[in-house]
Design a protein around this ligand. Structure first.
Ligand SMILES: O=C(O)C(=O)Cc1ccc(O)cc1
Ligand SMILES: [Fe+2]
Length: 380
């Protein structure tokens, strides 16, 4: 595991503030949005479709504190880029939008560095002001939209009709998860370096953290990972690639089912993972199982460590939450099962206490759990 200390040169201008929203392309946006409302406790945020004058695409936005997911589907039985990509990948994360300052500078810089512009600078307006956006191509069929909402006071974006609470949420335990912590992109064999260096070259991101396949390998599967981050380290995008092992890497399984590079997991950050996971489990969200020997070992190791974990290990064990730590802090994390039929996307819930890692200490246990699922699917 490597934590980089050298951030490179500070960008002369422009700033990435945070993840703005994630856009999924799906075949049925209405139902996909409803899944995140009923299972994960999102609330309906905004809608755009036939009734609001959007003739081609239905968009349903849902929100959980600062986390915004938008589900989009096409209306017409015609062959479009969306039809092709949803046909190939199944429901997938198409765009990861970043909220930025000085969009003009960031866009100009990326263009000069050779970034492919999918949609050049455009503006959307309503009575709450103006939002400026531009979309760049990244790995696979994925894009990044840069969003400048500094002159906008509305709740989401112009063109959308705002929605109110879903009736089901008042019957279900409340979920307190606050923001997107990181969004991970899987690459095909030997694809990591190219995808990672795109963020350096075009967005002026730097390498924040990495692991190679010697550090991350179980008996069967292996991977390499580099975490890219903006200057302020408020936006983190890990990039994975498969490595050869005795059997099929989980990253290779993803690439085969997705059909190339794409978003593997979205990590969402909470201040209270125990309550969040109890409540998500009560709502029927399924998580990977962790063997009890993991907790026997971690109890023993924590006795010889400087760090004090405030949460009860018994409680973490009951909920199958993983623990990683160093002398200065710790993180707690848990992974959902895949959120669609294909073994592609899943979610992670993470709580950080003075620890900026990605759970390298858990990789072996986690990957063994993933491999158990791969085995059940006949894909190991
Ligand atoms: O690195 C991360 O962001 C993690 O959350 C750990 C991880 C890495 C690779 C996987 O295939 C699954 C989980
Ligand atoms: Fe993660």
């Amino acid at each position: 595991m490597t934590s980089y200390t050298e951030k490179g040169r500070k960008p002369a201008d422009g700033r990435f503030l945070a993840f703005d929203h994630l856009t999924f392309w799906v075949s049925n946006a209405k139902q996909a949005a409803s899944y995140y409302v009923t299972r994960f406790g999102f609330e309906p945020l905004a809608y755009k479709g036939l009734e609001t004058g959007s003739r081609k695409i239905a968009s349903h936005a849902v929100r959980l504190n600062k986390i915004v997911f938008v589900f989009q589907a096409q209306y017409e039985p015609v062959d479009t880029e969306m039809a092709k990509e949803v046909g190939c990948h199944g429901d997938f994360v198409k765009d990861v939008a970043f909220q930025v300052e000085n969009l003009d500078y960031i866009l100009d810089y990326a263009k000069k560095q050779g970034a492919v512009v999918v949609r050049d600078l455009w503006e959307e307006k309503d009575e709450h002001g103006v939002v400026r956006m531009a979309t760049l191509k990244t790995y696979g069929d994925n894009t990044h939209t840069l969003v400048d909402r500094s002159k906008y006071t509305g709740s989401f974006l112009p063109g959308y009709a705002l929605l109110t609470q879903d009736a089901i949420n008042k019957f279900l335990p409340k979920i307190e998860i606050n923001f997107v912590d990181h969004v991970v992109g899987n690459q095909p064999d030997q694809g990591m370096e190219k995808a990672a260096s795109w963020y350096e070259r075009c967005l002026q991101f730097h390498r924040f953290w990495s692991v190679d396949d010697k550090q991350v390998c179980t008996e069967y599967s292996a991977l390499r990972s580099i975490v890219m981050a903006n200057w302020e380290e408020t936006v983190k995008v890990p990039i994975n690639e498969p490595a050869p092992g005795k059997k099929k890497s989980q990253i290779q399984e993803y690439v085969e089912y997705h059909g190339g590079a794409g978003v593997q997991h979205i990590a969402i950050n909470t201040e209270d993972i125990i309550t969040a996971i109890k409540n998500l489990r009560a709502r029927g969200v399924e998580f990977l199982s962790i063997p009890s020997k993991y907790y026997t070992i971690i109890r023993e190791r924590l006795q010889h460590s400087k760090v004090r974990v405030a949460e009860s290990i018994d409680e973490l064990e009951r909920l199958n939450i993983l623990i990683d730590y160093d002398d200065n802090g710790y993180l707690l994390q848990i992974f959902t099962k895949n959120t669609q039929d294909r073994p592609t996307l899943f979610l992670e819930v993470i709580q950080r206490r003075n620890h900026n890692g990605f759970g390298a200490g858990n990789f072996k246990t986690l990957f063994e759990s993933i491999e158990l699922e791969q085995e059940k699917r006949g894909n190991l």
